[in-house]
Design a protein around this ligand. Sequence first.
Ligand SMILES: Nc1ncnc2c1ncn2[C@@H]1O[C@H](COP(=O)(O)OP(=O)(O)OP(=O)(O)O)[C@@H](O)[C@H]1O
Ligand SMILES: [Mg+2]
Length: 347
Amino acid sequence: MLTIAQEKRRIQAILTSMVDAVVVLDLNGSIILANKAAERLFMAREGQLIGKQMDEISHVQEIIQMISQVLQTGYEVFTETHMRPATQIFRVHVVPVKDQEEQIEGVVAIFHDVTDARNFDQMRSEFVGNVSHELRTPLTSIKGFVETLLDGAAENSTTCRRFLSIIEAETDRLTRMIDDLLSLSSIESKERFINPKPVCIVRSMRNIMNILGPQISEKHLHVEFIYPFTLPRIVADEDLLGQVLINLLDNAIKYTPRNGKIIIRCQRKESRIITTISDTGMGIPRESLPRVFERFYRVDKARSRNQGGTGLGLSIVKHIVESHGGEVFVDSEVGRGSTFGISFLVI
Ligand SMILES: Nc1ncnc2c1ncn2[C@@H]1O[C@H](COP(=O)(O)OP(=O)(O)OP(=O)(O)O)[C@@H](O)[C@H]1O
Ligand SMILES: [Mg+2]
C-alpha cells in the first residue's frame, strides 16, 4: 500500500511529465493543483496558480463558463478554442471529480495543443480545393467545346478543327498538371529514389538550352551563358537537376517578350555554386515575390493559363533544390525583368 504522501508524489510526477496542461479546481472554483505545462500555458511562475480563480488567469470566456457549468451540472464537456496567443488552438476537456456518494468535489481541466494538427488539416483541405479548381477549369472548357461541336459546329470543318485543337491543348494541360502533381508528391514523400552523383551544372544547363532551343529562336531571344573556365562539380540527381533548370529557363522564355534577352550565369561563391537566370521580361510585382514558389500561384492567372501554365513549375523547383540541401531565390522589377537563382554546395 502506498502512503498518502507517496501517492501524492506519484501524481505530481505524472502531472509534471505531461505535455498537456492540467488544472484541478475545488468546489469554489479555486485552483488546488496545476502542472508545469499549465504554468507555461497561463504564463505563471511556479506555484503562482494555486488559489486563483479561472477568470483571474484566463480571458477566454468559453473556458471560464465551461468550468462553472461542470461544477454545477456534474457533466463533462469538451471544446476546441483559441488561447493566447490567438494562433494557438487547444482542445479543452473539463471533467467533474466526484466522491463516493457521487457528490461533486471539484473539476479537472485538461488543455491539449492541437495547433499543428489543425493547421495541417487546413493546408490539406486548401490543397484539395486548389487541385479540384485547377482540374475543373480545363474540363469545363473541354465540355463546352464538345457540346458546341455536338450541337452542329462539327459540320463546319474549319471550326471543327479549331475546336478540336483547343480540346487537344486543354487535354495536354490536364495531363501536364497531373504529371507535375505526381512528381511533386513523389519528391515530397521522398519515395522517388534520388540518385546523387557529381555533376557539372554547366553541362546540364547546355543540355537544357538545346532542348528549349526551338522556343528560344522562335521568340528571337538573345541568350548569354556566362561561366568561369573551371567550376567545381556539385552532387545532385541529374534528372531532377534537369527538371529544375528546364522550369527556370522555360519561365524566362515564356514571360519575356520577343527580342528580349536572357542571361544565365554560373559562378562559385565560397562553398556554393550559384546559378542565376535573368530575363528582360515582364517582371513580378514585389508583393507577389514571396508567393511565386507556392503551388498553383500565378501572378496573372489568365496569361499563364493561355501559355499552358499550371503554376506548379516553381514549387517543383523549390522542392528539388531544397531536397538537395540547396536554396532558391528571386528578385524582380515589374517591366524590367526577373532573376531566379539556385545555389548548391560544391563537393
Ligand atoms: N521569369 C519570370 N518572369 C515573370 N514572371 C514569372 C517568371 N517566372 C515565374 N513567373 C511568375 O510566377 C508564376 C509561377 O511560376 P510557375 O513556373 O510555378 O508556374 P507557370 O509558369 O505559370 O506554370 P508551369 O507549371 O507550367 O511552370 C508564373 O505564373 C508567373 O506569373
Ligand atoms: Mg513555369
